[in-house]
Design a protein around this ligand. Structure first.
Ligand code: NAP
Length: 259
């Protein structure tokens, strides 16, 4: 057996269908690219069409199968429509990645219900609704992979975690509940936990060189994260290789959380 055949048996996503929310930017975009290059047909979901088109064009130019669905995951109707439209492109997905997220962090005393509701809907309710839409089918077919992107704030409060931290804590619990429900049927459910990654999500913080350097110093690797850092972990969690890994929080943070 060649090493290529061996690696392919473990990690290839040939023939798989993946749906990646937030797949047009940052971490989600890097994960969508990794899954597509590993062989999956990928549907990316977000609101802005220009970014979606740019992502899909780049992947198809690379010989990948990719498509996009524009939807607003801040409403239940938007999530439901997104789920149906995404499944109509390449068929029911084998892999669901929930990377779409909002990072609204007013001081706790000023956190109004609108911020709370938007945060909870995009960051937590959308993953729940998409899980309910796709999870039972994955279980029936005997294979599925659900991957959520959470945050350090799921584990500790800092820099005004507010509703964001609550949503990410809930998302880790959701992964465990989904894992309990569907792992017996071949559907694993896990989370990837980033440290600080310079993406459009935290553009304000990224413009403060002192804070950026301080965050890098808190890691063990001495640098902040890059979207590409999530490629390998995402392919692993989406592949056959991770069949016995479920309900876990996998930290991709350069050691930030243990330093
Ligand atoms: N960057 C970090 O340091 C960091 C750290 C910890 C956790 N995370 C988590 O990692 C995930 C990805 O973040 P990122 O840094 O890659 O952010 P990003 O570059 O801003 O990407 C966010 C994505 O979510 C989509 N999105 C946001 N609101 C949406 C809505 N209402 N409906 C549909 N799509 C929506 C965005 O597209 P549209 O705006 O076009 O809709 C975009 O594709 C998030 O869940 C975030 O909480 C990031």
């Amino acid at each position: 057996m060649t090493s290529q055949t061996y690696l392919s048996e473990l990690f290839s996503l040939d023939g798989r269908v993946a749906v990646v929310t937030g797949g047009s930017s940052g971490i989600g975009r890097a994960i969508a690219g990794a899954l597509a290059r590993a062989g999956a047909s990928v549907v990316v979901i977000a609101r802005r069409e220009a970014e979606l088109v740019r992502t899909v064009d780049e992947l198809t130019a690379d010989g990948c199968r990719a498509a996009w669905v524009s939807a607003d995951l801040a409403t239940s109707e938007g999530v439901r429509a997104a789920g149906e439209e995404a499944a109509a492109v390449f068929g029911e997905p084998d892999v669901l990645v929930n990377s779409a997220g909002v990072n609204l962090r007013p001081p706790m005393g000023e956190l109004d219900e609108e911020v709370w509701d938007t945060t909870m809907t995009v960051n937590l309710k959308a993953p729940y609704l998409l899980g309910r839409r796709f999870g039972p089918g994955m279980a029936e077919r005997g294979f599925g992979r659900i991957i959520h992107i959470t945050s350090q704030q799921a584990h500790r409060a800092f820099v005004q975690s507010g509703a964001y931290g609550v949503s990410k804590g809930g998302l880790e619990s959701l992964a465990r509940s989904q894992a309990e429900a569907w792992s017996p049927y071949g559907v694993t459910c896990n989370t990837l936990v980033p440290g600080f990654v310079m993406t459009p999500l935290n553009v304000r913080l990224s413009q403060d060189p002192e804070k950026v350097a301080a965050l890098a110093a808190r890691t063990m690797t001495g640098r902040n994260g890059l979207p590409e850092d999530f490629a390998g972990a995402a392919v692993f969690l989406a592949s056959r290789a991770s069949a016995y890994v479920t309900g876990q929080s996998v930290f991709v943070d350069g050691g930030f959380s243990v330093h």
